[in-house]
Design a protein around this ligand. Structure first.
Ligand code: SAM
Length: 344
């Protein structure tokens, strides 16, 4: 079965790494047919169809997933659609939506939606029921570089979720909070599963803990500043996350009764979040020694750091090994480095 993933156009390496991490968590195998800007076409076994809504519920930089019925040249799309047995795919109401992935297509989007809608209507006969708002089956047509993909949507990543949980929309806000999409992606990169425990030892307003809690992880958060601890609790409760442990502590001195499965954190850069007078290098180096104790053997840690920190120096002498890295340009003088490290 072929599945198309419509991707965000930002953070190319990061979004592919996120898909790979979630694939691994769900125990799914696939092969890549096409990997183009904004679109990933994969081939996977039919048995994984049931896993796709769960995968869609985890991803952040992917927009939607489509089960492909027809893959053809753009100019053959109409004739192939006329030969399709539509009642196999459309049990009740439906709508058709076209997305041009580049500027090459000569099709007019609404004309093509109208024409495809009529073809389907003719095929379904009196059972045809068009429903433009929230249909049971959304027929999707993707046009890219002369290729047409037609299928039905099997998963949609909630834009509303990431919009509603933007830092300034939560009960407690503080400048320097991370976007929920990036926080979710970083959580995913640690391959954390439902019921496992994730720690953010510089939790700030709790954005990382919220995203980990939503995908079913048990969360532990600490921060040196009591105002952040109180605010994180408020934010977690606002998101209906109740399985948490949040308390005030210096990351360098933190002790926990049991090793955690993963650590995801965004330590202070000393710009909007204070390092408490300590140099970032010293704070990070000392914290890593404590994190090495707190995480299980083979556990993964995902860290956001500024580009000017020499991570090789910071991890020297620890059991952490960098396994992947991605760069996000924030503005002219700051690039964020997202690193995934494994305790070996
Ligand atoms: C960049 S902010 C974290 C932002 C967070 N990701 C969010 O979305 O709100 C870093 C946090 O580290 C905390 N912090 C600074 N030094 C610390 C230390 N030694 N131990 C624990 N927390 C510390 C600061 O109070 C701040 O809340």
């Amino acid at each position: 079965m072929e599945i198309a993933l419509v991707l965000s156009k930002e953070h190319q390496t990061l979004l592919l790494a996120e898909i790979e991490a979630v694939r691994e968590c769900e125990g799914i195998n696939y092969s890549i047919i096409k990997d183009r800007e904004g679109l990933l076409l994969i081939d996977l076994n039919e048995k994984y169809l049931k896993n796709l809504p769960d995968i869609a519920a985890r991803l952040s930089f992917t927009h939607e997933m489509i089960h492909i019925i027809i893959r053809t040249d753009e100019d053959k799309l109409i004739s192939e659609a006329k030969n399709c047995l539509w009642n196999q795919y459309i049990p009740s109401d439906y709508a058709v939506r076209v997305k041009k992935m580049d500027k090459k297509s000569t099709h007019n989007t609404s004309d093509l939606e109208w024409e495809m809608g009529s073809i389907i209507k003719t095929s379904l006969g009196e059972n045809a029921k068009v429903k433009l708002e929230d249909p049971s089956t959304l027929i999707r047509i993707l046009l890219q570089d002369g290729m047409a993909l037609l299928g039905y949507r099997v998963g949609k990543i909630s834009k509303k979720h990431f919009y509603n949980l933007k830092p300034h929309k939560r009960p407690f806000f503080y400048p320097g909070s991370m976007s929920p999409k990036l926080a979710r992606c970083m959580v995913n990169l640690t391959r954390i599963s439902t019921g496992e425990t994730l720690l953010d030892p510089f939790c700030g307003t709790g954005g990382i803990l919220i995203e980990a809690g939503i995908i079913g992880a048990r969360v532990i958060g600490t921060d040196i500043d009591y105002k952040m601890v109180k605010g994180t609790k408020e934010n977690l409760q606002h998101c209906d996350i109740n399985d948490y442990l949040v308390f005030q502590e210096d990351a360098r001195k933190l002790e926990l009764p049991k090793a955690v499965d993963a650590i995801v954190t965004d330590p202070p850069y000393g710009i909007s979040a204070s390092t408490g007078g300590e140099s970032s290098e010293n704070l990070y180096r000392q914290s890593m020694i404590s994190f090495e104790r707190l995480i299980k053997e083979d556990g993964l840690m995902c860290l956001a750091t500024p580009h000017y920190l020499n991570l090789d120096e910071i991890f020297k002498g620890t059991k952490f090994k960098i396994i992947e890295q991605h760069h996000i340009r924030m503005h002219k003088s700051l690039t964020r480095v997202i690193s995934v490290l494994k305790k070996i």
